[in-house]
Design a protein around this ligand. Structure first.
Ligand code: A3P
Length: 281
């Protein structure tokens, strides 16, 4: 946890400036293929990722008190990042730097890791809207076309199923807390307490409730035009469970069921999702 108010402030400014630059310059005239790059067989957005930065990540050595957040796209990255930010701000009285990583690198067993999962069907629908609303990502002309790529793992950042299977191998390392988007929606204070205990932050119940207030969807959405500018609606869309039913056909639903069964059913990470409850039509 390196900290500095100035650094964090300028991180947001840098984020917004970088997004603006990408929207205005990088993507102009590029084909969907040109918006992608490949590293170790997985596709990434070429405007955000490069081979040298991946190679640097492989050599990355975290500090002892670093906190890493692990999320597949659209599973609650900004939500968990804001929660940790608010918690660390409360504990240290100054702005922390919170970063999130979406792929396995270095030696995961060395860090304190927070994994946020979300059911694959809602993650897919959220991803579809996101990729079509963020100019630096490839646009899909239909949900069906996106679904094909999602199920085959040919979306940016790779397959939802491989990704979670990879992290399941570390589940017993002893340094991982796994939470779900769905549990956070159901009882945010309870999940905040788990984070508090896991990191030994010693926040009081009152502080937890204040953090809840600031990190519920409504509050984050209201502030999003300050934090994410024109891209606010892409990052903070509905924040609900079950929106997948608006786009999935029954056949697509069955395809995800089969994939889940093959890859994640029976794994410890897969169990956390409560698949039957959240993924049945
Ligand atoms: P939807 O597209 O379903 O609305 P990520 O940050 O990993 O990209 O995830 C984005 C998803 O999390 C979006 O889902 C977004 O609306 C939702 N989200 C962001 N902040 C949230 C919050 N405080 N509570 C609930 N959902 C939130």
């Amino acid at each position: 946890m390196s900290d500095s108010t100035e650094q964090n402030k300028s991180n947001w400014e840098k984020f917004q400036a970088e997004m603006k630059r990408m929207v205005e310059e990088e993507v102009k005239g590029k084909t969907p293929e040109e918006l992608k790059m490949t590293y170790k067989g997985i596709r990434y957005p070429s405007s955000l990722c490069s081979v040298p930065s991946f190679e640097a990540m492989e050599r990355f050595e975290a500090r002892e008190d670093d906190v890493l957040i692990i999320t597949y796209p659209k599973c609650g990255t900004h939500w968990s990042k804001t929660i940790l930010h608010e918690m660390l701000l409360e504990v240290h009285g100054k702005e922390p730097t919170v970063d999130r990583i979406m792929f396995e690198f270095g030696k995961p067993e060395k860090y304190e890791i927070l994994i946020i999962m979300r059911n694959p069907k809602d993650a897919a629908v959220s991803y579809y809207h996101f990729t079509n609303n963020l100019p630096v990502l490839p646009t899909y002309s239909s949900w069906d076309l996106f679904f094909k790529d999602f199920i085959s793992g040919d979306v940016l950042f790779g397959s939802y199923f491989d990704y979670h299977l990879g992290w399941d191998r570390h589940i017993d390392d002893g340094n991982i807390l796994v939470l779900t988007f769905e549990d956070m929606k159901a009882d945010l204070p309870a999940e905040l307490k788990k984070i508090n205990d896991f990191y030994g932050l010693n926040l009081t119940d009152e502080q937890i409730l204040q953090i809840e207030e600031k990190t519920i969807f409504k509050s984050m959405k209201e502030k999003s035009s300050n934090t994410h500018g024109k891209l606010a609606d892409a990052f903070f869309r509905k924040g609900e469970i079950g929106d997948w039913k608006s786009l999935f056909t029954e056949e697509q639903s069955k395809e995800v069921d089969a994939k889940f069964e093959k890859y994640l059913a029976g794994t410890k990470l897969g169990e956390k999702i409560n698949y039957r409850k959240f993924c049945t039509f």
